[in-house]
Design a protein around this ligand. Sequence first.
Ligand code: TXA
Ligand code: MG
Length: 358
Amino acid sequence: MEPINTRIWQLHQDGESNRQAIAEAAVMLKNGKTVAFPTETVYGLGADARNPDAVAKIFQAKGRPSDNPLIVHIASSSQLLPLVEPWGALADQLMKRFWPGPLTIVLPVKEGAVSHLVTAGLDTLGVRMPQHETALRLIEASGCPIAAPSANRSGRPSPTLAEHVAEDLSGSIDGLVDGGAAGVGLESTVVEIAQGPSGEAIRILRPGGISREALQEIGTVLEEDDAASPPGAEAAPRSPGMKYKHYAPRGSVRVVDGEPERVQRHIRRELAAARIRGERTGVLAFDEHTHNYEADLVISCGSLSDLESAARGLYAALREFDTRNIDLIWAEACKTEGIGEALMNRLLKAASNQVQLV
Ligand code: TXA
Ligand code: MG
């Protein structure tokens, strides 16, 4: 592929130049081009969801498998009507409570509303309204429903800074709106509406920025067991993206879980052995424990008492291990409450589910 010239707009405090930048980026989107932009979760790579050529450019730039559907981003409720079939009371309550915000709701798609590439052949569409001023203004100005996966090369950690997007996709996309750091640092929670034992219920397809506990305030959230396919059902995962090895740094990651003292002792022993083998070692630890480790690179992504900060720092940390050519990375596990569920989910994916229980 011939490299293309990626236009970068740097947003400033000053509103007037930002308006200009967003107007230019919106014209690109309207004209079938790809533009990366910040959201409150991670950076997204956007294109007009109705335009097959534009959507094809997303898959090509990311190197994304064509059976993995894209989330469509909207700026107002009126944009939802032409996209999906009439939705029920529970979906409505979720939208009222969490939009704009990091929740993607999977609903039956209206035939012909978006390119088939967006839905990857499914009869449903994942939709969300981001809680980020730049994203909302850009979508609104474009007048398009915007398909936008995370703006990383497939298999790389999602981008939380414009620099990460440029690292992966510069020369492969038409535009990049640099609005500084994204918010949550992990992607949106993806849910679908299912039939539970007593009526409509919420099934989490991907944990993310809206916690299970917050969803439980609105309705019943099915537990993994309820959600498991009945015997003999097709084996396809409900959220196709979850089957891929995602968020992986180039080095090999192991998550170490257990009582904190034992976790630290275990990692120190492993580090010593790896050093003797001549491997470049890394540790992803919490603030409270970093001083315990001697490795080529020790990164804290935040405090154990503030998992939100750890979530914001995780993907940048995984990228940093790559930049520093670390071969082996040990990561401390955390509790799976609140944002901790999404954090552990991404860590386990980065580790291809290699967990050392100590
Ligand atoms: O926070 C986010 O969701 C970010 C920002 C840019 O909005 N986007 C994002 O997109 O993470 P992506 O493409 O990296 O992940 C989308 C996930 C994938 O796991 C995909 O399989 C799932 O959502 N998904 C999309 N449409 C779906 C559908 N109709 N049914 C089930 N899963 C779906
Ligand atoms: Mg992604």
